[in-house]
Design a protein around this ligand. Structure first.
Ligand SMILES: O=C(CO)[C@H](O)[C@H](O)COP(=O)(O)O
Length: 226
């Protein structure tokens, strides 16, 4: 079966964790598109009453179209539950996120949530993180920062759009992707990046997730993390 089928199975399952009157952080990406569809269905057909907090402008638009009332993160006291995707999750439940360029808002929403659920297909569960690591940077001085990353052996590339221009995030920043063979210590790497002036946020999500929903060909598996 296809990866998208697994994403759809997992997304539908994850949407069942949402209960009436919750303030729900809504992630970004193709897996979360399935969550949004199911939440929209529940709002329309089951009279589910929720408020959504988006992790990207795209998610805000998609969810609002389906009748989910959307608030900004600063308009709510605390988010009850955030459901988001991930690019890879390792054995210690550290994740790489930001393949869809939304890592900064995703991390802000995640750390302001009482609970976080990540939704993935089976291919994203790995022993060690090997996917490229997105880093969101301030445009000013970003060529200097890029050279520093190169000199540190972190193998950076610019994230470009179809026209060869730098991708701009929802906060108008640039993205630099680091192509490392494997991330041996996500904590050390995240710490190193956080000390570089001009780095806004990196795509390593550490000690955040409470539950992981994994779509398989026939069903979904739920892992309780904390
Ligand atoms: O972090 C993200 C966006 O910034 C996404 O959650 C991640 O890229 C997974 O995307 P998809 O569900 O499309 O595979």
């Amino acid at each position: 079966m296809s990866q998208d089928t697994q994403k759809a199975i997992a997304g539908k399952r994850a949407a069942q964790f949402v209960e009436n009157d919750m303030i729900v952080g809504i992630g970004s990406g193709s897996t979360i598109a399935h969550v949004i569809t199911e939440l929209g269905r529940r709002v329309a057909e089951e009279n589910l009453k929720i408020v959504g907090v988006p992790t990207s402008e795209r998610t805000r638009r998609t969810a609002a179209k389906l009748g989910i009332p959307m608030y900004n993160v600063d308009d709510v006291d605390q988010i009850d539950l955030t459901i988001d995707g991930a690019d890879q999750i390792d054995d210690s439940f550290a994740a790489i996120k930001g393949g869809g360029a939304a890592l900064l808002w995703e991390k802000i929403v995640a750390v302001n949530s009482k609970r976080n659920i990540w939704v993935i297909d089976e291919s994203k569960r790995v022993e060690k993180l090997t996917q490229y690591l997105p880093v969101e940077v301030i445009p000013y001085g970003s060529d200097q920062l890029f050279r520093r990353l190169e000199n540190d052996g972190l193998q950076p590339t610019w994230r470009l759009d179809q026209n060869g221009n730098p991708v701009r995030t929802d906060s108008a920043n640039f993205l630099i992707d680091l192509h490392l063979p494997a991330i041996e210590s996500p904590q050390d790497l995240s710490h190193l990046l956080s000390e570089m002036v001009g780095v806004v946020e990196d795509g390593l999500f550490l000690n955040i997730v409470n539950q992981v929903v994994i779509g398989t060909d026939t069903d979904s598996k739920i892992i309780d993390v904390k």
